[in-house]
Every structure is written in structure tokens, then in C-alpha cells.
Design a protein around this ligand. Structure first.
Ligand code: S1T
Ligand code: MG
Length: 540
């Protein structure tokens, strides 16, 4: 086999299930091999930010590698924000980029798509990936590919692979996956002993499940562990959607002053907070009513465990969870938790629609038709998602980039075959909503709920005096037909209910429901978040 075929075979062996991409002349040679070899299906989209978001979402929902294939320069650099989002949110995204060959690199000419130097792109990607390689030596290629893919999965962070266009078809040996990382059993036992002791001596221990629990495929095990230990479970804002399909004592999502008071109280009063795979960031913890003393928590993240003032290094999350399960064989402890309640029973009247009405309508829809995986963009739609009953959710809950929602929803359907629900604001839809035009080619048919408040409302909420946040009304519903889907604009709760029922009954085409939301009307969750942030800032 040639170098590209060995790379594709290795990607598949490491869990990749599809490739999203946009070619260019530096990438045409390897794209041809992707298409002709059929080792992995290729989905081309319309703009590289969408390619990155779709591949990232596929990685998140599959708990394995996502692959974004682009050309050199204009393609790869156009995807920087998406890769940065994947890096910040610990998503195992593999970036494949075409690159200049040896002769043209020595031509003495500046090459098209070149920024500063021919190596600039490689250097830029070093800042948002955990490992990188340029495949310019066929003898070294198998070991380099094995190392980079192992690091992508081990660290659950993006990696960068540049394929010079004169190398794509050179003969290459098979890629032998690297041996699994060897954990020190004594260190692991010492760490697990201390965790179990701390949890046993705590009066109100709580387990907070973070994104690494999904990234390392540990949701079932963590649900079992929480039952055996008799621990109530919460997720963070970023971790919303975790354990939605497991039998776990899930109380709800911690959002400090913006969340449900009983969840906030449970977390902030805990004397044994066990942060499992949780990113310690502002969107997860900045709006705490009472500042959580992180030194009193147990934090397992990034392959180490911090307890109090000391750290156990080189202990992958899976090793810690597996060892805890061995040490706590069961049976489950009998205890009950009062799970967070969600709004249901939307009144079908001619009242205007609030974001919380949208959550209510979705809860009613899922109660009738079963859960749907969700992709949400950044904006009030993501705060509204916190009011939707637990279901698989991919969203930029920490990096908070707009443009994620629609392409991520396409990535969900490509990766799972399930019909997704996409939540997106009008501002974010203006960025990447056009990717819906690709649904027809691939038979994707997401249901898209477009929160149209004709503004960058999240910004206007904090700075109402600025008129630049007003976006005016675009005819989003009318655009749908031209893109190959169905579109409808709704302004009352009865219209919303009817539109959702029709969308659910219509398969094979995307269904865009443009929901007109009166200016200044926020979801209950965002309203609490804004009030909480303003209150916390006022006391600083
Ligand atoms: N550009 C990108 C790519 N991502 C961003 N997060 C921003 C800019 C800044 C930003 C927000 S929230 C927001 C912007 C511009 C407005 C979002 O508007 P829309 O999608 O209509 O949603 P909503 O009206 O519900 O706010 C975050 C805070 O940085
Ligand atoms: Mg808006």
C-alpha cells in the first residue's frame, strides 16, 4: 500500500469512521486516494470552519477520532478556530493537510497559499494540537503516524498531519499501533485508596462528570461507580448531556447562580467534590455563588489526579475509574436523588414564543417521539438547552465559539445515522447555516430550531446601549427551499407546536423552523446567568 492508504487504514484502526473535508491543489492527490480507496467515507462541506466543527462533533459523539481533511494555507488556516475549539474542549480531532512537495519547496519562488514561510502553518498548528508530523520520509512515516494517533487518543486533543503532495503515493509499510501506556500499579492503588478514603469520610460527597468521561468512553462505568459509591452526580455546563442514557443518579447541571438552586447548593456545600474529567474553566465555575475551594476537591483530568496539595502523575482517567470499580465491587447502594425537573406541556395558544417555550416544546416532542441527539451553537440557544431534558449534546460550552451548531449537527448525523436536533441563533446561523445546503447530497435531514431574536442578544444583554448588536430580520425560512429543505417561520406557541410535529413527520429533507423571539426576551437560564454575573460583578 502507499503512504496515504496506510494513513487511512491506521485512522480507521484507531477508531475514525469518516472524513470531512474540502480539497485544494495541494490536497487533490491525497483526496483522490481517499475517494478511490474507500477506506473511509468522505463528506465534503462548503467552508473549512464547518469541516472542523463537523469532524469535532463526530469525534465527540463517537468517543473516538474525528478527521478533518483540508488543503495547505487557505484551507488549513481557515480552520484554526474550529481546531482551537477542539483543543480547548479536549476533542480528538485529526487535521490532515496537503502541503508543498520537495522540489517546489526548493524552487526559490514564494508558493501560493504560503503565509510567512513554508513551515509557518506547521508552527501555527503546534499551538492548538498535542502532536504534529510532516510525512516527508516514507521510512519514518509508520512510526510517526502511530505516535501521533496514539497521542491524539491518549490526550484527547487534536493532532496535525501534513502530507506533502509528492509523498501521497510512495510505497509505505503498515502502521503498527503503539503499545498501550503502562500505568504504575502502586501509584494507581495509592491514588485510589486516597480517593475512596476522602469520599468515605465526606458528609456530602458529590461526583461531577466532565467531558473527559465521554471522551474516554467511560459513561457506563462512571454511572456504575456512582451507584456503587452512593454518590449523587451532577454535570457542569460543558458536561451537559453526559450520562443522559445511563442509569446514573443524575441530579442536574451545575451552573452556580444561573443554575437550579438545589444543584448549586449540593455542589457548593459538598465537602467531597469529585471532579471527574472536568475542565476547571470560567463557564463551568465562574458563576459560583460561593467560591469553591479547588484545593479541597479531588480532580482527575489530563492524565493526573490532584488531591489537596499533591498530584498523582501519569494516571489516565480510565485507569482510575477501572481500578475504583475493582475496589468497589458492589452491590449498588440504595439512595435516591431528586433530579432536576424540566418544563413540559407547552400551551398551544397565540402567545409569542420565549426560548423557554422552545425548550418546553422540545421536551414534549421527545416525550412523544423519543430522545434525539442535539447540537447547539453558542448563544441563548445553549442556555435554553439546559432546560431540555437530558439527551446527548455536543456544544461549545467552554470555548464558546459561534458557528458550531449546524455543521456539528451534520457531523452527528454522519457519525451516528440518527436524526439530530440543531439549536442555533440568528447570528450564528449567518456564519455557518449555509452548510445545510450539503444535506441533500448525503441524505441528512436535521431539524433546525433557529432562535431569531434579530440580534446578538447575549451581547446586547450586557451592553444594551450598543446598536451594532441589532441584526435586522433575514428571511431564513424562505432560504430553506433553495438549500434543499423545508422552512417555516413561527411566532406563536401554537405555530411552534404544529411546525415541530410537521418537521418530525417529514424525513429526507432538513426542516428549518425559524422561531421569531421578541427582542430582549431571554431563556430563564440565561436571565439567571446574566443577573448572577451582574450581581457577582457588583460585589467585586
Ligand atoms: N464570533 C464567534 C465566532 N464566536 C463568538 N462567541 C463571538 C464572535 C462573540 C459572541 C458571543 S455571543 C454572540 C457573539 C457575537 C452573539 C450570538 O448571537 P446569536 O447567534 O444570534 O445568539 P443570541 O442572539 O442568542 O445571543 C460570545 C459571548 O462570545
Ligand atoms: Mg440572536
Amino acid at each position: 500500500m502507499n503512504l496515504t492508504e496506510q494513513l487511512l487504514t491506521a485512522l480507521k484502526k484507531h477508531g475514525a469512521r469518516q472524513i470531512f473535508g474540502i480539497p485544494g491543489d495541494f490536497a487533490l492527490p491525497y483526496f483522490r486516494i481517499i475517494e478511490e480507496s474507500q477506506i473511509l467515507p468522505l463528506y465534503t462541506l462548503s467552508h473549512e470552519p464547518g469541516v472542523g466543527f463537523a469532524a469535532d462533533a463526530a469525534a465527540r459523539i463517537n468517543g473516538s477520532l474525528g478527521v478533518a481533511a483540508v488543503t495547505y494555507g487557505a484551507g488549513a488556516l481557515n480552520m484554526i478556530n474550529s481546531v482551537a475549539a477542539a483543543f480547548a474542549e479536549k476533542s480528538p480531532l485529526v487535521v490532515l493537510s496537503g502541503g508543498p512537495g520537495k522540489n517546489e519547496s526548493r524552487s526559490g519562488l514564494l508558493l501560493h497559499h504560503q503565509a510567512k514561510t513554508l513551515d509557518s502553518q506547521f508552527q501555527i498548528f503546534k499551538e492548538i494540537t498535542c502532536d504534529q508530523v510532516r510525512l516527508d520520509d516514507a521510512d519514518r512515516a509508520p512510526a510517526d503516524i502511530a505516535r501521533v494517533l496514539a497521542n491524539c487518543l491518549r490526550h484527547s486533543e487534536p493532532v496535525y498531519i501534513e502530507i506533502p503532495r509528492d509523498m501521497v503515493a510512495v510505497p509505505c509499510l503498515e502502521v503498527v499501533p503503539e503499545a498501550a501506556f503502562k500505568v504504575d500499579p502502586d501509584a494507581l492503588d495509592a491514588c485510589v485508596d486516597e480517593i475512596l478514603e476522602r469520599l468515605a469520610s465526606a458528609k456530602s460527597p458529590v461526583l461531577m462528570a466532565g467531558v473527559e468521561v465521554r471522551r474516554y468512553g467511560l459513561e457506563d462505568k462512571v454511572a456504575t461507580l456512582s451507584r456503587r459509591l452512593g454518590l449523587p452526580v451532577v454535570t457542569s455546563f460543558m458536561g451537559r448531556g453526559l450520562l443522559a442514557d445511563q442509569d446514573a443518579p443524575l441530579v442536574g447541571t451545575y451552573m452556580g447562580v444561573a443554575g437550579f438552586p438545589e444543584v448549586t447548593q449540593l455542589v457548593e456545600s459538598s465537602d467531597g467534590l469529585f471532579l471527574l474529567g472536568e475542565i476547571i474553566c470560567d463557564t463551568n465555575f465562574a458563576v459560583s455563588e460561593t467560591k469553591i475551594d479547588m484545593r479541597k476537591t479531588i480532580q482527575a483530568l489530563n492524565g493526573q489526579v490532584n488531591i489537596g496539595y499533591h498530584t498523582y502523575a501519569d494516571l489516565p482517567l480510565a485507569a482510575v475509574v477501572n481500578r475504583m470499580l475493582e475496589r468497589v465491587p458492589g452491590p449498588d447502594k440504595a439512595f435516591s436523588v431528586t433530579p432536576q425537573s424540566f418544563p413540559t406541556g407547552l400551551a398551544e395558544d397565540d402567545q409569542s414564543i420565549t426560548p423557554t417555550d422552545i425548550a418546553t416544546a422540545v421536551n414534549d416532542l421527545m416525550a412523544r417521539h423519543g430522545k434525539m441527539p442535539m447540537a447547539s451553537d453558542m448563544g441563548d440557544c445553549l442556555f435554553t438547552a439546559m432546560e431540555i431534558s437530558h439527551t446527548a449534546l455536543v456544544a461549545p460550552g467552554y470555548y464558546a465559539t459561534m458557528g458550531f451548531g449546524v455543521p456539528a449537527g451534520l457531523g452527528l448525523q454522519a457519525a451516528t445515522g440518527e436524526r439530530p436536533l440543531i439549536l442555533v441563533g440568528d447570528g450564528a446561523f449567518q456564519m455557518t447555516g449555509w452548510e445545510l445546503g450539503n444535506c441533500k447530497r448525503y441524505g441528512w435531514d436535521p431539524i433546525v430550531l433557529l432562535f431569531n431574536n434579530a440580534s446578538w442578544e447575549m451581547l446586547r444583554t450586557f451592553q444594551p446601549e450598543s446598536h451594532f448588536n441589532d441584526l435586522g430580520h433575514w428571511g431564513f425560512a424562505e432560504m430553506a427551499a433553495g438549500l434543499g429543505g423545508d422552512g417555516v417561520r413561527v411566532s406563536t406557541r401554537a405555530e411552534l407546536k404544529r411546525a415541530l410535529d410537521k418537521a418530525m413527520a417529514t424525513r429526507g429533507k432538513f426542516q428549518l423552523i425559524e422561531v421569531t423571539i421578541p427582542s430582549g426576551v431571554l431563556s430563564n437560564t440565561l436571565a439567571r446567568f446574566v443577573a448572577g454575573v451582574k450581581r457577582l460583578n457588583a460585589v467585586k
